[in-house]
Design a protein around this ligand. Structure first.
Ligand code: GDP
Ligand code: MG
Length: 162
């Protein structure tokens, strides 16, 4: 049994993935970035794996591109609570400056990181998946939280860590 924290900037699909893993709509998903504003914990099932998953959410200031301090603090708290961090980026949007801020937080915290490139369904995401290598956190795992794609690969990455 381990604890996995899903981290990353707003709107990359963290809560969608959390809901898929937990199977109940415990986390709020919305098209408006920054709707969920705290940490949520659930019991995840993935194949025969059972683990605790934490969804991070935070205040996003739509008028400002930089991450509010609260979002950083929540992420740091989640990293401290977790054994493994699933760092989610948006393969459609590509790597944005805020993604690099998160990569830096994770590096500074010495977190065990699995990098996931979400929204990877279809060819529109291919460039973004490749771009994610730039973060220097290893091979990006293509996922589609919304369509349930890539969960088998996530299972194979998590199984040796269980
Ligand atoms: P969060 O802010 O990181 O928690 O992101 P959400 O889970 O709230 O999702 C933000 C938006 O991205 C919502 O409109 C989701 O429906 C959408 N989304 C999430 N996962 C995927 C995916 O795999 N593919 C696509 N195309 N959209 C997704
Ligand atoms: Mg969310």
């Amino acid at each position: 049994m381990f604890t996995l924290a899903i981290v990353g900037r707003p709107n990359v699909g963290k809560s969608t993935l959390f809901n898929r893993l937990v199977g109940k709509r415990l986390a709020l998903v919305d098209d408006q970035p920054g709707v969920t504003r705290d940490l949520r914990e659930g019991e995840a099932r993935l194949g025969d794996l059972r683990f605790t998953v934490i969804d991070t959410a935070g205040l996003e200031d739509a008028r400002d591109d930089s991450l509010p301090a609260r979002m950083r603090r929540l992420t740091e708290r989640a990293v401290e609570m977790a054994d493994i961090c699933l760092f989610v980026v948006d393969a459609r949007a590509g790597i944005l400056p805020d993604d690099r801020v998160f990569a830096e937080i994770l590096r500074r915290k010495n977190a065990h990181v699995i990098l996931a490139a979400n929204k990877a369904e279809g060819t529109a995401a291919e460039a973004g998946v490749l771009e994610a290598w730039e973060l220097g956190l290893g091979e990006p795992l293509p996922l589609s939280a919304e369509h349930g794609e890539g969960l088998g690969d996530l299972f194979h990455v998590l199984t040796p860590l269980a």
